[in-house]
Design a protein around this ligand. Structure first.
Ligand SMILES: Cc1ncc(COP(=O)(O)O)c(C=O)c1O
Length: 449
């Protein structure tokens, strides 16, 4: 394997303080001879509990979260990869086991059928989310992106637009670009620590050239889990203005205690539901993004047919094997991972409030991202401290500053559209010792200013 960071493991560990943390968590020492990292073995369970505390070293595996951004910094600078939305945990053992079994057959021709995968998708949505899907309403894809882009192409003619409630997932802006259409943001407003829809602005933006409303449910990056009444109101407004709702529900499984993911297609208004198409996957749920597997569905055969005209996907054998295993056997692993992350959100909130009260905390209801307002910190900085990192947005300059000063890489808010000034997005799906280490390093850097 190539060494992207230019660091050997020991140097990295010393820098990040992970040796001590791994030891403290009672887990396997990163980079050591720990059995959990040996090929063919899993991090041992503790009774019937999966162990998410043991730090799992993903560096030098060509992974976008750790190995991607580190290449842009000199050796030894990048210590914590807290950006791209993948989890640092070892995947569910049922997935590795199924893949190992399949790999024992040394042949890789075309797949005969994706029926098993289809059944898994239907069962997962039915049992977990009460969503009654008919197989004829659902199309398997190789990612949420391809389905979203096909939908944008089919519903939005050139010169027309998609409407996005921002701050919004940066990928939506590259999707509209790929579909060669325009977009308009409707910035949400922060009220009592939660981003709320600005209904007046939203409706004002529903002009005749807006043909699609992109809905992220639950919302990346703010962590909002949309409530039934919010979804209904959005759906009815869209219907009134002849706008199709394109729901991206990839984070649907990650919902914190006290909140409920309501699939848009489960709303109790047939006309609203039939005016929508939903793209989904369990690639966030089980950390299977590299396995390229997703699906989209609509209760409207007409809308579905239109999207199909712009969509052609082939899924890979290993992707199907991994996803099927997750759907069939992964429930318990996921429930535990979700609860672990819920606890980590609490830890993040407490740490921010205690150690860096100048950073604004946005109440998180779901997803494994946290959206933090560093506006006060950035505003108080001498502009030359940021400008030294080049002619970029303030948030991108701050991202570099933070990486150099704290070793922590988080995503710049400027990628998430209007209303993201001063914000940074941090991925918290890691062992808690890593999340705490990253937060302490950030607090150390900003409190020195
Ligand atoms: C809201 C959202 N949609 C889509 C994606 C990407 O989906 P895929 O990898 O299936 O194309 C992501 C990944 O972070 C995401 O957060």
């Amino acid at each position: 394997m190539s060494n992207f960071t230019g660091l050997n493991r020991r140097t990295f560990l010393r820098g990040a303080g992970l040796t001590a943390l791994a030891g403290a968590s009672g887990g396997v020492a990163l980079g050591g001879s720990g059995a959990a990292h040996a090929a063919g073995t899993h991090i041992p369970m503790k009774g019937n509990r999966y162990d998410f505390d043991t730090v799992y070293d993903r560096r030098n595996t060509n992974t976008s979260r750790w190995d991607g951004p580190s290449r842009n910094y000199p050796d030894g600078v990048f210590k914590y990869g807290m950006g791209v939305a993948t989890m640092d945990f070892e995947c569910a053992p049922c997935i590795t086991n199924a893949l190992s079994e399949r790999i024992a057959h040394h042949t890789w021709g075309y797949l005969a059928s994706t029926d098993g995968l289809r059944d898994g998708i239907l069962r997962w949505n039915g049992e977990r989310h009460g969503l009654d899907l008919d197989p004829r309403e659902m199309i398997i894809s190789d990612g949420v992106y391809p389905g979203m882009i096909a939908a944008l192409r089919s519903f939005v003619p050139p010169e027309n637009k998609a409407l996005i409630m921002s701050p919004a997932y940066s990928g939506f802006y590259s999707m509209v670009k790929a579909a060669r259409i325009g977009y308009v943001d409707s910035p949400m407003v922060l009220k009592n620590g939660r981003f709320e829809i600005d209904w007046v602005d939203l409706e004002k933006k529903m002009t005749p050239d807006v043909r699609v409303l992109i809905l992220c449910n639950p919302q990346n990056p703010t962590g909002n889990v949309w409530r039934e009444e919010e979804l209904l109101r959005l759906g009815r407004l869209a219907l009134e203005h002849n706008i199709v709702v394109l729901a991206d529900e990839i984070h649907g499984d990650f919902v914190r205690e006290g909140h409920r993911y309501v699939p848009f297609a489960s709303l109790k208004d047939k006309a609203v539901v039939e005016n929508s198409i939903t793209c989904n996957a369990i690639s966030k749920t089980f950390n299977l993004a590299g396995m390229k597997n997703a699906y989209f569905y609509s209760k409207s055969p007409i809308l579905l047919e239109r999207v199909k005209q712009f969509h052609r996907a082939e899924v890979s054998t290993l992707g199907v094997v991994a996803n099927e295993a997750a759907y069939n056997e992964g429930q318990d692993w996921f429930n535990q991972a979700r609860d672990y992350i819920d606890g980590t959100h609490t830890l993040v909130e407490q740490t921010i409030k205690a150690k860096m009260p100048q950073v604004g905390y946005v109440r998180n209801e779901g997803t494994f991202m946290t959206f933090l307002n560093f506006g006060k910190v950035i505003n108080a900085m001498d502009p030359s401290q940021l400008a030294q990192y080049g002619n970029k947005t303030r948030e991108e300059n701050f991202q570099d500053w933070l990486t150099y000063k704290a070793g922590v890489y988080i995503n710049a808010g400027s990628a998430y559209g209007e209303g993201s000034d001063g914000y940074m997005r941090m991925n918290i799906a890691s062992a808690r010792s890593v999340v705490s280490g990253a937060l302490d390093a950030i607090a150390g850097a900003i409190n020195k200013l």
